[in-house]
Design a protein around this ligand. Structure first.
Ligand code: HEM
Length: 204
């Protein structure tokens, strides 16, 4: 069956739709900037907003596998790479916003903050660990690394913990919001632990 304009399956249609809708948060913050709707502290608004979307995409990427395990859904699996790259994209923009609008590209301030403030240390660590995942996200790298690819991409678990710690250490975020993110990460990681244990029992 042909759906729209020669598109044969919903998945074919879903991919560009998901790609475009994932860019909406970026378009929205640009719109707010252009129309002067960023509030009293635009630098902070932009940095916080991009950080929140980076964190959300990180958790959505983790949830892709959990949804398969919990509900048997598979339709979302082909979108994991795109969602993970969006997480990296928003986090990179967040870092650029912090370095540009808050630190004014003062490398001395960046070095001082990175070495002294726990929430920046964990944020930076999460970002650095994300780089190899983004670089090796292609099928070419997957083939080249073989079994090591899966091991490398398990870095997503410590990254998620560090990212959520970054939010908790900031404390400025509402306690309820931080609590919701902590619970979400805990739930998603618990699913991995339970699945790993089941797998081990099967092997034994
Ligand atoms: C995985 C990586 C990261 C994630 C998911 C992330 C996420 C976030 C989130 C959600 C916030 C907003 C918290 C709130 O609403 O109060 C935030 C704020 C902040 N982040 Fe990150 N972040 C990451 C990496 C970094 C890095 C590498 C830096 C290093 C410079 C950084 C510096 C900051 C700063 C300075 C703020 C506070 C901005 C302000 O309101 O003045 N973050 N981050």
């Amino acid at each position: 069956m042909v759906l729209i304009g020669g598109v044969k399956s919903w998945r074919e249609l879903l991919k560009p739709m998901l790609f475009i809708s994932s860019a909406i948060p970026l378009v929205w913050i640009i719109y707010q900037g252009v129309y002067d709707q960023l509030g009293a502290d635009p630098a902070k608004s932009i940095a916080d907003y991009l950080g929140m979307w980076g964190l959300r995409f990180l958790l959505i990427t983790l949830a892709v596998t959990s949804l398969r395990v919990w509900f048997g859904w598979r339709w979302q699996l082909p979108f994991r790479r795109m969602l993970g790259l969006y997480a990296f994209f928003y986090i990179l923009l967040h870092l650029l916003a912090v370095v540009t609008f808050i630190m004014g590209w003062r490398i001395d301030i960046l070095v001082k903050e990175v070495t002294e403030r726990p929430f920046i240390i964990v944020g930076m660590l999460a970002f650095v660990l994300l780089i190899p995942l983004a670089v090796t996200s292609t099928q070419k790298w997957q083939r080249r690394l073989g079994r090591r690819w899966k091991k490398l991409h398990q870095l997503i678990y410590p990254i998620a913990i560090l990212a959520v710690l970054h939010l908790v250490f900031l404390i400025r975020a509402s306690y309820l919001e931080a609590f919701i993110y902590v619970c979400t990460v805990t739930l998603l990681l618990m699913q991995r632990v339970v699945s790993a244990n089941k797998g081990r029992k099967k092997v034994v």
